[in-house]
Design a protein around this ligand. Structure first.
Ligand code: FAD
Ligand code: FES
Ligand code: FES
Length: 376
């Protein structure tokens, strides 16, 4: 199976064919970050970023995937196990881009599991494990593959655990013996599993120029997009975030800025019908898009059904998180979510004073209005 570098998490989540074509991949991606981040994050970005706790690199290593990269002198095919060299580091050269991930064929009757432990839903995992094996005619594990994420400086297969599983019926005692190896294998596996900070990167003249600002600070780019139904043109520095552009240049200060690193959700806006974190998106990436901010949810002076429900259920107190809650819920309500889905998605928007029960109740109540295609 070939996944292009620009495939987003959302594409994987939404593609029902993957339930049989690669259920391990689909299950792992469900753990990646929050709703708004899954609407933007890509296969290529995740592989190149090489976070030790990221799910996709873990799946790639578990499955003996290949990563295709293209640079000035041509293309290379790199086994996933050789691609990741340490925490946030890979064998990518500065002129190379990831173009594709190739996952080997997945038989329909393969046994598999993906589990991870994170403090909160959407957080990077503290540790996780992916495994699969095929069964022979007598139900014994053939060719087991087991890898961990988060526990090491890069995703890492556990050969000692695979040896325990190979040729065995995978029952409780076998799993206990395998788990014992994974934990007790510390002496053998410990040096490979220590987390290391990456060494100082070699000075890259291109990056140094950017870091120094210099000429790039002065360079402005003219971009156009539609904002709340109206065309807009702005001049921005290439590194201006969409959130800053909306607030500082268009004076749309309903979009709030909290954490500025994709955790709190206060800056959520809707870009081409998908809720995104505007603090993580560059304004220039919005060129040609259609953007809705909280100011654009209502086209007249009245409140939308969603806003009315927030008022009725006392779903806001200080109001800081409210624009992000409203834009997230507005985008989510296009898919007729149930209560669990609403809770799961809104867990990516932090509210520190109201509490989530009234917020979820308000969104549940507003569902009916959206169902009637009465979408504001
Ligand atoms: C709050 C938060 C929680 C998160 N939790 C998780 C999580 O639980 N699990 C997880 O896996 N991820 C998680 N992420 C990461 C997120 O899911 C994205 O996948 C990741 O940041 C990559 O995003 P991107 O595709 O936009 O790449 P970018 O952020 O644009 O790029 C990441 C890096 O890769 C480089 N790059 C991008 N594309 C390519 C390419 N094709 N070739 C070469 N280099 C490239 C960029 O230059 C940059 O250095 C989280 C992020 C946030 C903000
Ligand atoms: S997620 Fe963007 S400001 Fe917190
Ligand atoms: S209403 Fe105050 S943070 Fe949510």
């Amino acid at each position: 199976m070939r996944l292009g570098a620009k495939v987003r998490w959302r594409d994987i989540e939404d593609d029902a064919r993957l339930q049989t074509a690669h259920p391990l991949l689909r299950a792992a991606v469900a753990h990646v970050a929050h709703y708004q981040i899954r609407n933007r994050g890509t296969v290529g970005g995740s592989l190149a970023h090489a976070d030790p706790a990221a799910e996709l690199p873990g799946v790639a290593v578990t499955c003996d995937a290949e990563i295709i990269v293209v640079g000035a002198v041509g293309a290379r095919t790199i086994p996933a196990a050789e691609f990741f060299t340490g925490s946030l580091t890979t064998v990518l050269r500065s002129d190379e881009l990831v173009t594709e991930l190739r996952l080997p064929f997945w038989p329909a009757d393969r046994r598999w599991a993906f589990r991870e432990f994170a403090r909160r839903q959407g957080d990077f995992a503290l540790a996780g494990v992916a495994l699969y094996y095929d069964e022979d005619a007598r139900g014994r594990a053939r060719d087991p593959h087991v890898a961990v994420i988060g526990a090491c400086s890069r995703p890492h297969r556990l050969p000692s655990v695979e040896t325990v599983l190979a040729g065995q019926v995978v029952d409780e005692p076998t799993l206990r013996a395998a788990a014992e190896k994974a934990g007790g294998g510390r002496s053998a596996g410990r040096s490979a599993c220590l987390r290391h900070l990456p060494p100082r990167p070699h000075l890259d003249p291109g990056r140094a120029r950017l870091a120094g600002g210099g000429a790039n600070r002065e360079r402005l780019m003219r971009i156009g997009f539609e904002i709340n139904g109206r065309p807009a043109e702005v001049e921005v520095e290439p590194r201006t975030s969409l959130a800053d552009c909306l607030r500082d240049q268009l004076r749309l200060t309903g979009t709030h800025i909290g954490c500025e690193h994709g955790v709190c959700g206060a800056c959520t806006v809707i870009v081409d019908a998908a809720a995104v974190r505007s603090c993580l998106m560059l304004a220039v990436q919005a060129e040609g898009s259609s953007i809705a901010t909280v100011e654009g949810l209502s086209r007249d002076d009245g409140l939308t059904p969603l806003q009315t429900a927030f008022k009725k259920h006392h779903a806001l107190q200080c109001g800081f998180c409210t624009p992000g809650m409203l834009t997230t819920a507005h985008a989510l309500l296009s898919e007729e979510p149930d209560a669990d889905r609403i809770r799961s998605v809104l867990s990516g928007n932090l509210c520190r004073c109201t509490g989530y029960i009234p917020i979820v109740e308000a969104v549940l109540e507003a569902r009916a209005a959206y169902r009637k295609a009465d979408k504001p």
